[in-house]
Design a protein around this ligand. Structure first.
Ligand code: OGA
Ligand code: MN
Length: 222
């Protein structure tokens, strides 16, 4: 009888899941090309283009709750949260749910939900170096980014730069935002930035969260 791999639950190839988990443990980040299904990326890309054309995206801010402010000098993307309203969104969120399960099984992280937004960076937009979560102030544990752009010329900019956890000046990777590429990293420790883009740049950023509701206080949604 073939043993059932605990990593085969996500719809992602087990070998690539193992590679992802090992990289997260060893270096705190992972980048994989051709990781997300190309047809799914194409559908999500189309969906984002329609939302942009209908002016259904909101300028992205920084900070949570009351501290939320718009800072175009820090980040210039426009976003919309995924809400399972289309089949493509449901498929994407199901893949992430499978990944959540695999991460919990392998690393005992206690991740209990996932939130994600489409992001469109217009030409010239960027996102300065930042962390996605501050220790004790947020319950984002693992960040994910999926890229949706079918072609990305090498001179188009818009790469995501990943820096070392122990030295935010040391560049570890430069990720081209091409369709199928998937990145994930520890939200509290891995500094990263989006370099200025020359072309409209489409991605989905998401976060696996731990339940931080304490003493009857419901943790804020975003
Ligand atoms: C973010 C982010 C990176 C990217 O939304 O927090 O860092 O490459 N996005 O889109
Ligand atoms: Mn980020």
């Amino acid at each position: 009888m073939t043993p059932i791999s605990p990593l085969s639950t996500s719809g992602l190839p087990p070998a690539r899941l193992t590679e992802l988990i090992d990289a997260l443990v060893e270096q705190g980040w992972f980048v994989g090309e051709d990781f997300i299904d190309m047809d799914l990326c194409a559908e999500l890309h189309r969906e984002l283009a329609v939302m942009a054309a209908r002016d259904e995206l909101d300028a992205a801010g920084i900070g949570r709750g009351q501290a939320h402010t718009l800072r175009r000098d820090i980040r210039g993307d426009a976003i919309r949260w995924l809400d399972r309203q289309s089949q493509a969104q449901r498929r994407y969120l199901d893949v992430m749910q499978g990944l959540q399960k695999a991460l919990n099984q392998a690393l005992f992280l206690g991740l209990f939900e996932y939130e994600a937004h489409f992001a469109r960076y217009p030409p010239q937009a960027f996102y300065q170096r930042h962390l996605d979560s501050f220790r004790g102030r947020s319950n984002r544990v693992i960040s994910t980014v999926s890229y949706l752009n079918p072609d990305w010329p090498s001179d188009a900019g818009g790469e995501m730069v990943i820096f070392a956890a122990d030295d935010p000046e040391r560049e570890m990777a430069r990720v081209r935002p091409t369709a199928g590429t998937f990145a994930c990293f520890l939200s509290e420790t891995i500094p990263h930035e989006v370099l200025p883009t020359r072309l409209p740049r489409a991605s989905i950023a998401g976060w696996f969260r731990r339940n931080a509701s304490l003493g009857g206080l419901v943790d804020p949604a975003h």
